[in-house]
Design a protein around this ligand. Sequence first.
Ligand SMILES: [Zn+2]
Length: 142
Amino acid sequence: MAFLIPLTIARIPEVQSLPTAMRARILSNAKAPGPIRLWFFNFVRGVLCTLVLTLLGHNLGLGSLAALSSVAFIIGVLLISMAIAHTWTITRIRGQIRFGIEEASRGSRTPICTSCGYDCSEINSDQCPECGVSRQIPDTSG
Ligand SMILES: [Zn+2]
């Protein structure tokens, strides 16, 4: 299976397969930002990271680059920083969403595979048919 980072929280496979009521609760518990806030934060982090790297680059002698190369360098660094910030945010929130799904499924099976995001709600098996991971969540609360 390809390793994909969706562009918004709503496109994470586990989120898409969740029943609507459960989705709203889990997203709010994970403090998942909407697409605009998510990308605004990515942009801010990207700019901060670019400022630091540009300063470092300047001290390392990249300050002698031609204007066009400098602009290309800065834009490149900005895009890469934003991609890293986005990957980090999605991975973190995905972890919280999976945790939320498991919390909500204590003592039974998860409706969605928390390993690959496969929709298991119609499947009567303890294992995910897609990746074979156990769907059984032990009830450890009491
Ligand atoms: Zn799976």
